[in-house]
Design a protein around this ligand. Structure first.
Ligand code: 2AM
Length: 175
């Protein structure tokens, strides 16, 4: 199974992100992410045997026990990759609460020898993939909103030409 652990987002943030995404559609070509898939990845595990799902869910729960929910404020747009073929995202005013969650989750995975992608963590919500920014007009000013982040979920991801399908397998409600 293809697995990742991510923060789910409250409605206020999802709506603001969807507004920004709709404005981006006017000026950037690429593959848009559906608003009901918006999330902040904390750890990407990739292919993992299904027999390890329960262990991973328990590691996630242990790592986040006693962790508090927090208010997150959306901030600037940014991108990864080449400007002609970019992943376009919106970031947060204060990355530190997301960083603490990611460090805790990744630490628990590492201590149990569960492999994950260990590249530098940069909290973001992907709005669009394969974005051609080289041919884009002026990007819109993104919608900025605050909301309470209170759920961390282990998802499975199934890729298809119509886009990924994410299925929640286990969720931690932050205190
Ligand atoms: P992205 O949004 O920055 O592309 C589910 O696929 C989630 O896991 C996506 O949010 C994606 O991050 C992230 N992801 C996919 N492949 C990844 C990889 N090889 N390394 C790190 N994160 C990855």
């Amino acid at each position: 199974m293809r697995l990742f652990i991510a923060c789910e987002l409250p409605e206020e943030l999802t709506e603001a992100l969807a507004t920004t995404s709709a404005e981006l559609r006017e000026c950037v070509r690429g593959r848009y992410c559906a608003p009901d898939t918006f999330h902040v990845t904390l750890a990407f595990l990739g292919e993992v045997p299904a027999t390890r799902v329960e262990e991973i869910a328990q590691l996630m729960e242990g790592a986040l026990a006693g962790t508090h929910a927090f208010t997150a404020t959306l901030a600037e747009l940014g991108h990864f990759g080449k400007s002609a073929d970019a992943t376009l995202w919106q970031g947060f005013a204060d990355p530190s609460p997301f960083r603490r969650l990611s460090t805790a989750v990744r630490g628990a995975l590492a201590s149990a020898d569960v492999p994950f992608e260990s590249q530098t963590f940069r909290p973001h919500v992907t709005l669009m993939r394969r974005a051609n920014l080289a041919r884009a007009g002026q990007l819109p000013v993104p919608c900025v909103e605050r909301g309470l982040v209170s759920r961390v979920t282990l998802f499975s991801s199934v890729l298809s030409p119509d886009g990924p399908t994410y299925t929640p397998l286990a969720t931690v409600e932050l205190a």
